[in-house]
Design a protein around this ligand. Structure first.
Ligand code: B16
Ligand code: MG
Length: 217
């Protein structure tokens, strides 16, 4: 059997937290005196908090010292956390719960591999923590995607060879990270935005264990 574990990204795969990130970054940019568009926000998907701030400052053509950047990143995060505090299980993307349950019923191990330092808070709020055997988030890794660390740690903690792991990712940085980890990859979203995945699906509504078997087993 080729696939023994599935690793899920969080933002854009399990839930759509990108919109909360966007309003918090938009406010941060406006406080600095420039506009930050939804299109600009696409560049931040899957990217760590500090790397996101660096991209934002680059767009606004602003240069700041490290300590100022840390204060700004904290401020943005406080705003973001105030938004996600209202999240409920209704925000889990369609088909996700059924697919996770089917994987478990078929003996496939499940991990979360997210760049977010807020991943545990989000999983608790949407009542999904217990569906994951292992959670690797932004607090557990030193190197951001596209470095493979987040997924390699997940595979290691599950005790599964990376070659038997399948990653679900919505961001190019995450697909590159999974590829760098030597794993199989299904991209979530539009093919034109995602390069180098094995397959692309729009979401989990039509995804099930039979389809997975037909693709990989
Ligand atoms: P935080 P993922 C990523 O989540 C988001 O896509 C990205 O926009 C965000 O900057 C990053 O988490 C860090 O999030 O500020 O909460 O630590 O897609 O890797 O689940
Ligand atoms: Mg993502």
């Amino acid at each position: 059997m080729k696939i023994k574990a599935c690793l899920f990204d969080l933002d854009g795969v399990v839930v759509d937290t990108a919109r909360y990130h966007y309003i918090a970054w938009k406010k941060t940019a406006e406080d600095l005196g420039f506009h930050f568009s939804e299109n600009d926000n696409e560049r931040l998907k899957g990217v760590s908090r500090m790397d996101s701030l660096n991209i934002l400052l680059d767009i606004g053509k602003i240069s700041l010292k490290q300590d100022q950047k840390e204060l700004l990143a904290d401020k943005k995060n406080n705003l973001y956390v105030s938004y996600i505090r209202q999240m409920t299980p209704d925000e889990i993307l369609p088909g996700v719960i059924a697919f996770l349950d089917e994987l478990r019923d078929n003996g496939i191990l499940i991990a979360l591999g997210s760049a977010s330092k807020n991943a545990m808070t989000i999983l608790e709020l949407i009542n999904l923590t217990r569906k994951f055997d292992v959670v690797i988030d932004g607090n557990k890794v030193g190197k951001a995607k596209p470095d493979p660390e987040v997924f390699l740690k997940g595979a290691f903690e599950l005790g599964i060879d990376p070659a038997n792991c399948l990653v679900f990712e919505d961001a190019q940085a995450g697909i590159d990270a999974a590829r760098n980890a030597g794993m199989h990859i299904i991209g979530i979203g539009q093919a034109e935005n995602l390069k180098n995945a094995d397959f692309i699906i729009p979401g989990f509504e039509n995804m099930n264990f039979d389809r997975l078997q037909s693709l990989y087993f």
